[in-house]
Design a protein around this ligand. Structure first.
Ligand code: NDP
Length: 256
């Protein structure tokens, strides 16, 4: 039986670890050839590739910093030259530099905006150009609940992730005529390295305020993204989908 993404080519930015790793593994499980992009952590990226291959999938590594337009353009051109197609881009690479506003320095602000928003501009531009030419493709932008609700201590991250909402909607409208879909997925809390700085008390409080009473699992996000990337989701574009254990339903309480 054919898998849903058989023969398709996908790029997962920040696929070396965390949520990106789970998404890369899931897209490969569904049949896609997956480019695992990373910035520095080659060891973790190799680990993702080994896991992907051990499960019978096809993939390869590509080192590029999403904040550098030249590296990004080179990555997409190389992948397209080699595989003659590009079907799926998961804009996942992201960072946090948390601090309360009056203590946040300009570098913390710039770095987060540069990776979490500008990086998505660079990657989407290079990918959508190819996808528009093919008259086919899907871009899935990984935002955050922090872009939808107030998150004190994360003004930079919240601003970047809110920006992604407008970016995704507007781009979806612009490129729909080229049969390119743009989706925005906003996860709640998931246990990855990014969340390692959070205190046990904070984690317990977020679980208490989440109707399902727990954080999400990377595999659960990956299953959603795998579905959205495939043809079964061909009527989805421009939407924001939250995956947060019901947190969005109580979002006014979430200004922790
Ligand atoms: P991790 O910190 O575990 O992983 C971040 C990934 O991004 C790594 O693969 C890292 O590569 C890559 N990366 C960072 N900067 C760059 C760059 N300049 N160029 C290329 N790659 C880069 O993060 P998570 O897995 O937790 O988060 C993934 C996404 O999900 C982010 O966009 C985040 O905002 C979002 N998210 C996460 C939530 C959570 O609870 N974890 C909740 C909501 C949203 P390398 O390994 O080389 O450093």
């Amino acid at each position: 039986m054919m898998a849903a993404l058989d023969g398709q080519v996908a790029v997962v930015t920040g696929g070396s670890r965390g949520l990106g790793r789970a998404m890369a593994l899931e897209l490969a499980r569904r049949g896609a050839r997956v480019a695992i992009n990373f910035r520095r952590n080659e060891k973790e990226a190799r680990h993702t590739l080994e896991q992907l291959r051990a499960a019978g999938g096809q993939g390869f590594l590509y080192q590029a910093d999403v904040t550098d337009p030249k590296q990004v353009e080179g990555m997409f051109q190389d992948i397209f030259k080699q595989h003659r197609r590009l079907d799926i881009l998961i804009n996942n690479a992201g960072i946090t530099r948390d601090a309360y506003f009056l203590m946040m320095n300009a570098d913390d602000w710039r770095e987060v905006l540069d990776v979490d928003l500008n990086g998505i501009f660079h990657c989407s531009k290079a990918a959508v150009r190819i996808m528009a030419g093919q008259r086919r493709g899907v871009v899935i932008n990984i935002g955050s609940g922090a872009g939808l609700v107030a998150m004190p201590g994360q003004i930079n991250y919240s601003a970047a992730k809110s920006g992604l909402l407008g970016f995704s909607r507007s781009l979806a409208r612009e490129v729909a005529a080229k049969n390119v879909r743009i989706m925005h997925v906003a996860p709640g809390f998931f246990k990855t390295e990014m969340a390692e700085t959070l205190s046990k008390d904070f984690i317990a409080e977020t679980c208490r305020l989440t109707p399902l009473g727990r954080w999400g699992l990377a595999e659960e996000l990956a299953a959603l993204v795998g579905f959205l990337a495939g043809d079964e989701a061909r009527c989805f574009s421009g939407q924001t989908i939250t995956i947060d254990g019901g947190r969005g339903a109580v979002e006014s309480e979430f200004g922790l």
